[in-house]
Design a protein around this ligand. Structure first.
Ligand code: SF4
Length: 448
């Protein structure tokens, strides 16, 4: 059997390679190989195809893009719409070279990126006459009805769960022992140049924040054993010599096993850096964890604070208090981090907060001299918040896009949270503040 795995291009107002790898497909690649299946892999966001693009020391960098026409539903958005990824000719040639494949499996991680799937399916229709096409990933898991209505006539099967058992059943493989705890390492052999490695110690999370779909995508928390995961990182480093390791875990710190894991990493003494783009819950950064993180080269640790108001936490996530955040920052600083080396995620656009509340949070955080990373709310289907907002499965997923939701809303259902101009002010505040960390001249939000 031969299988083509595809990570499609992105259609969006902005996109950047901040450690975006199709981790599910990379696991699947090695799982299929252990069943003696031939696997070919096309990551349309692979920057190795563009050797002139600048690679930052942490492995991130720009994605090549071209401006494209906006879909009708986005025509009034005052931003350019772009296609990010390798050009269509490369995709076409790749499919022609592999037109003997039995299956093409395509996955899509954001609900509002489904236009990338459409492009791949159009190219596949011309080039892969005998290949069965299967669609999976977070997009059909969160918006199955939209996926069925949009793609039923273009694909042979849509699988709508985050595990691979449905897929295995379809292609006739035994899924009895298929469980994250015995997944092999992700397969990075397909990349010509590897700027970073993404992996996971665990899937899932014990919290159930009203704005997050983690529990819907991974209903049960599952982790590998410490020994298994340490071996995985050791082997991946030795195979690739890549020094940037990125955790995709949703809840990395909440366990005694995490501490054991970190002590085992220390023993390995590898020259690697760790990154945590999904954020760390500050509640669990005690003195010992902070010290371990510093010694292990956790770089730019990102703290998932989201809001400074305990009241907002109380009604949305109950995962942290501001006091616990302050203690975490103190522990990290005592461990050796400079304040500007610590990042804090702040979420704008919740219906319980106003623009002024977010400015107040920014001003409060600026007293800690930590770097602020502003996140704009995306209404994620199947979350409590999605239903509280009055949204349902008739909404076009293109409107879930975090680049536009807070100033565009969902016409006829959700009013904009702020205007486009107000959002620009908010972003400017954050940009100027982060710049000023270098000079230590913090502006007051009153200027804005
Ligand atoms: S936002 Fe974070 S803590 Fe909350 S449910 Fe999602 S992953 Fe868990």
């Amino acid at each position: 059997m031969k299988v083509i795995l595809v990570n499609p291009p992105i259609y969006d107002f902005s996109a950047y390679d901040v450690w975006i790898k199709p981790l599910g497909l990379l696991y699947l690649s090695n799982i299929l190989k252990t069943h003696n299946i031939e696997v070919v892999f096309l990551d349309c966001l692979d920057r190795s195809y563009f050797e002139t693009l600048v690679v930052k020391p942490d492995g991130t960098g720009k994605l090549p893009s071209t401006i494209v026409d906006k879909p009708n539903i986005l025509k009034d958005i005052p931003l350019k719409y772009k296609r990010y990824g390798i050009n269509k000719e490369i995709i076409k040639n790749f499919f022609l070279e592999n037109n003997d494949a039995d299956y093409l499996i395509i996955s899509c991680s954001m609900t509002y990126w489904y236009l990338g799937i459409r492009e791949i399916l159009d190219i596949a229709k011309e080039t892969l006459k005998q290949t069965k096409i299967l669609l999976g990933g977070i997009y059909p898991t969160l918006v199955p009805k939209h996926a069925y209505l949009t793609f039923t006539n273009k694909v042979d099967y849509i699988f709508v769960s985050s595990n691979f058992s449905e897929l295995f059943a379809y292609i006739g493989l035994d899924a009895k022992n298929l469980n994250f705890t015995n997944f092999p390492a992700p397969d990075y052999s397909h990349y010509k140049n590897l700027y970073y490695i993404v992996t996971r110690f665990s899937y899932g999370c014990h919290y159930n924040c009203s704005y997050c779909a983690c529990r819907k995508i991974f209903p049960k928390y599952t982790a590998k054993t410490v020994e298994q995961f340490v071996n995985e990182v050791y082997t991946l480093y030795n195979q690739t010599k890549c020094k940037n390791f990125v955790f995709y875990d949703d809840e990395l710190l909440n366990f005694t096993t995490t501490k054991q894991l970190f002590y085992e990493f220390l023993k390995l003494n590898l020259p690697i850096k760790f990154f945590t783009p999904n954020g760390l819950n500050p509640r669990f950064i005690n003195k010992e964890i902070a010290k371990l993180m510093y010694e292990l080269n956790f770089t730019d640790p990102r703290l998932s604070l989201e809001f400074t108001s305990d009241f907002t936490h109380d009604i949305t996530d109950k995962k942290i208090t501001f006091k616990e955040f302050e203690i975490a920052v103190e522990n990290l600083i005592n461990a050796g981090y400079k304040p500007h080396q610590i990042s804090v995620y702040l979420l704008a656009g919740l219906p319980y907060e106003t623009l002024n509340d977010v400015f107040h949070s920014l001003e409060l955080l600026s007293k800690y001299y930590v770097r602020i990373r502003l996140c704009e709310l995306s209404p994620v289907p199947k979350t409590q918040l999605y239903y509280q907002l009055g949204l349902d499965d008739t909404v076009d997923p293109l409107l879930h896009n975090n680049s536009i939701f807070i100033f565009n809303g969902v016409p006829g259902k959700v009013k904009p949270w702020c205007s486009y101009e107000e959002l620009q002010l908010l972003k400017k505040f954050v940009k100027d503040y982060n710049e000023s960390l270098k000079q230590k001249t913090i502006h007051s939000y009153a200027h804005y």
